[in-house]
Design a protein around this ligand. Structure first.
Ligand code: SF4
Length: 217
């Protein structure tokens, strides 16, 4: 069994439905089978969704799309889009790490994304590049501290240790290496809340599409 098959089998033991898309071009075909025309849809902040053409697909007019990227919206209107996520039929996002043991780790600053993953939208569809699959939660924590958070902090021009040094400050001490909450004290810190999605009470509310390409951070 390869790592994608093993990950999907273990996700399904946790009541999370798994899919495999060979390439990023195949992602919207899978979404078409999961989301009906006219449904309410919004997204979490994600480079992966842009790379897979999901944002353009959502803007096609087929859906009632709540657009967090609309440059004509004020900050207050964007915050309202975040709140509307709770009432959407589908929420599409990516993840920071997916373990072969069938768990997903997400770390947020504003936390609208992890809020929607945990509760609210009727279904949550997570698009994950194969580069984000790790062996277990310890590796997932390291992935956040060594890759996801530093690259996002740099992209967002945050004033944090990781944006400058390319790794979380907590990695400088063996005692805090695997500790999720350990980190910097910057006002710009983007690691504020940590969610491990394991066994789900609502079967298949969360769906994970693993893409056979490297995507996002
Ligand atoms: S806790 Fe601070 S230094 Fe560590 S990854 Fe997060 S933002 Fe960067």
């Amino acid at each position: 069994m390869d790592k994608v098959e093993r990950t999907i089998a273990n996700l399904e033991k946790n009541n999370i439905k798994g899919y495999f898309a060979k390439s990023k071009e195949d992602v919207t075909n899978i979404l078409e089978s999961l989301i009906k025309a006219g449904e309410k849809v919004t997204v979490g902040g994600s480079q992966t969704l842009f790379q897979c053409g999901v944002i353009d697909w959502l803007k096609s007019g087929m859906f009632e799309y709540y657009d967090r990227y609309d440059e004509n919206k004020s900050r207050e209107e964007i915050l309202d889009v975040f709140r509307q996520a709770s009432f959407c039929d589908s929420y599409i996002t990516s993840a920071n790490a997916l373990t072969e043991e069938g768990e997903m780790l997400n770390v947020d600053g504003h936390c609208n994304r992890i809020s929607a993953i945990v509760h609210g939208p009727k279904q949550v569809i997570v698009i994950v590049g194969i580069n984000k699959i790790v062996k277990d939660l310890d590796e997932a924590v390291l992935r956040v501290k060594e890759i996801a958070a530093p690259l996002n902090a740099k992209r967002l021009k945050k004033n944090t240790y990781c944006a400058e040094h390319g790794r979380c400050i907590s990695l400088e001490d063996e005692k805090t290496k695997y500790k999720l909450g350990a980190g910097c004290n910057s006002e710009d810190r983007i690691c504020c809340n940590y969610v491990v999605s394991s066994y789900q009470q609502v079967k298949n509310r969360i769906k994970v599409v693993i893409v056979g390409e490297s995507l996002g951070y």
